[in-house]
Design a protein around this ligand. Structure first.
Ligand code: NDP
Length: 410
C-alpha cells in the first residue's frame, strides 16, 4: 500500500473512532431533547451530553459481569466453528437462549420487587451511551495489547491504529472464553431487549398505556433477538465470526450501536403514544412477517445445505455448483433467486419497525437507510471474497444467479 493510501486509511480510522461515538450522542440527544428533529448540533445541543452516572456505571459493570458469568457457566451445547485459515476449529458453548431467558426473569423479578424502576434504561439512556462508549474506547486499548499476543504473522504487521480499529487478532480468547463471540450477542443483543422493554414501560408510566405501535415494534425486535439465539449455531458461519478481527469496529458496533441505535424507534414512541390505525398496524405486521419469512428461510436453506446437500428445498432436490475449492454453491431456493435474499428479508423487517413511528419525522427511518448502506457494502465485500476464493466457479454462479439482493432491481 502506498504512503498516501496508508495515510488516508489511518485518517479514516481516526474519523471513525471519534465520529461514531458522536453519532450515538447526537441520536440520544435529539430523540430525548429535540423530539427527534434533525437539528444542527450547536453548543447548546452538545451541552446535553450526559456524563457517566453512578447508576449507569454500576449497571454496566454488573451487566458485563453477569452476562460473562452466564455465558461461561450456564449449560449449553458445545460446537465447533468453521475451520480457521490454519485448519483449526474453535469450540463454542451455545447457551444464549438460556442466558436471555434467565436475564429476563431476573430483570423482571428485580423490577417487580421494586429493586429498580422499569424505566431505568430510559432515565439513564444518555448516561449509558456515554458509559458504553467509554468502556469500548478504553477496552479496545487493552484489547490491542491482549490481542497481539494471539495474533498471527500477518496480523502482527498491522500498525497500532489499525490493530485498534479493526482488531489485533481474529479470535481473542481468555482461556476458552471467546471475547468476539461473547460481545457479538450477550451484552449487546440482550441489552437491546431490556432497553426496548424499559422504553415500553416508560411510555406506560408517562401516558397510562402502551400503544399498539410500541407493542408491535418491541414484539418484532425481541422476536428478532430470540430468533438469533434460537439459531445460535448459525452465527458461527457468519462473516463477522469467520473473517473479521475483533477490535473497535466490531466491538463498538455490538456493544454501543446495537442496544442504543437499534432501539431508536421505541425511543421515539415513548413521547408519541398515538395509536396506529388498524390498516396501518396490519400492514406493518404483514411486512414484518414477510421480511422475517424471507430472512429466516433463506438463512436456514444455506445453513442446512452446508450440512446436508441432499435435503430438499421447497420440495425439490437442491441444485448447486460444485466448486474446484471443494465447497458447493447453492443455486436453488432463495439462493437461486438472488445472491442475498437474506439481506432483503432483514431490511424489510427494519423498514417495518420504522413505519411504527409514522411519517412525522425522518430520523426514526435512519435504521433502514443505514442498514441498506451496510448490506450493500457487505454484499460487495462478500462478492469480492467469493470471487477471490472461487474464481471461475463464482463467475458461473453469478451468471446463473444474476441479482445481488433484490430480484429484478439490484
Ligand atoms: P451470509 O450468511 O449470506 O454468508 C455469506 C457467505 O456464505 C459467503 O461468504 C460464502 O461463504 C457463503 N455463500 C455465499 N453464497 C452461497 C451459496 N449460494 N451457497 C452456499 N454458500 C454461499 O452473510 P452474512 O454473514 O453477511 O449474513 C448473515 C445474516 O446476518 C444475514 O441474514 C444478514 O442480514 C444478517 N446481518 C445482520 C446484521 C444486523 O446488524 N442486523 C449485520 C450483518 C448481517 P463461504 O466462504 O463459506 O463459501
Amino acid at each position: 500500500m502506498s504512503r498516501k493510501m496508508r495515510l488516508l486509511f489511518d485518517l479514516g480510522f481516526v474519523a471513525m473512532i471519534f465520529g461514531l461515538p458522536l453519532l450515538t450522542w447526537y441520536f440520544a440527544i435529539t430523540f430525548v431533547h429535540y423530539d427527534a428533529a434533525l437539528v444542527w448540533p450547536d453548543r447548546a445541543f452538545w451541552s446535553h451530553i450526559e456524563p457517566p452516572s453512578i447508576a449507569s456505571v454500576g449497571f454496566y459493570v454488573l451487566w458485563i459481569a453477569i452476562q460473562a458469568l452466564l455465558a461461561a457457566l450456564l449449560p449449553g451445547r458445545m460446537t465447533e466453528g468453521a475451520p480457521l485459515p490454519d485448519g483449526r476449529r474453535l469450540e463454542y458453548r451455545l447457551n444464549g437462549l438460556l442466558a436471555l431467558a434467565l436475564t429476563l426473569v431476573v430483570a423482571g423479578g428485580t423490577v417487580w420487587l421494586g429493586g429498580i424502576p422499569a424505566g431505568l434504561l430510559f432515565d439513564q439512556f444518555g448516561a449509558l451511551v456515554t458509559t458504553t462508549n467509554l468502556v469500548v474506547l478504553l477496552g479496545c486499548v487493552w484489547l490491542v495489547g491482549f490481542g497481539r499476543r494471539q495474533a498471527d504473522e500477518e496480523e502482527l504487521r498491522l500498525n497500532l491504529l489499525e490493530a485498534y480499529a479493526v482488531g489485533a487478532c481474529r479470535n481473542p480468547r481468555i482461556g476458552r472464553f471467546d471475547l468476539k463471540f461473547f460481545c457479538e450477542s450477550r451484552p449487546s443483543m440482550i441489552l437491546w431487549v431490556l432497553v426496548d422493554l424499559s422504553l415500553a414501560a416508560k411510555q406506560l408510566e408517562l401516558h397510562g398505556s402502551v400503544s399498539n405501535a410500541m407493542i408491535i415494534v418491541c414484539f418484532f425486535q425481541i422476536l428478532y433477538v430470540i430468533d438469533y439465539f434460537y439459531f445460535e449455531d448459525a452465527i458461527l458461519t457468519t462473516w463477522d465470526i469467520k473473517h473479521e478481527n475483533f477490535g473497535f469496529m466490531l466491538g463498538w458496533g455490538c456493544l454501543v450501536w446495537i442496544p442504543f441505535a437499534y432501539s431508536l424507534q421505541p425511543l421515539y414512541l415513548v413521547a408519541h403514544p398515538e395509536p396506529l390505525p388498524f390498516w396501518g398496524a396490519t400492514g406493518i405486521v404483514l411486512l414484518n412477517l414477510l421480511g422475517f419469512y424471507i430472512f429466516r428461510t433463506s438463512n436456514l436453506q444455506k445453513h442446512r445445505f452446508s450440512s446436508d446437500p441432499m435435503e430438499p428445498i421447497w420440495g425439490e432436490k437442491p441444485e448447486f455448483i460444485k466448486t474446484e475449492h471443494g465447497t458447493l454453491l447453492l443455486t436453488s431456493g432463495w439462493w437461486g433467486i438472488s445472491r442475498h435474499s437474506n439481506y432483503l428479508g432483514d431490511w424489510l423487517m427494519g423498514l417495518s419497525w420504522s413505519f411504527t413511528c409514522g411519517f412525522g419525522r425522518w430520523l426514526p427511518y435512519f435504521y433502514p437507510l443505514y442498514f441498506a448502506g451496510l448490506l450493500i457494502h457487505r454484499e460487495w465485500r462478500d462478492a469480492k471474497h467469493c470471487r477471490a476464493k472461487y474464481g471461475a466457479d463464482w463467475e458461473q454462479y453469478t451468471s446463473k444467479v444474476r441479482w445481488r439482493i433484490i430480484p429484478g432491481i439490484y
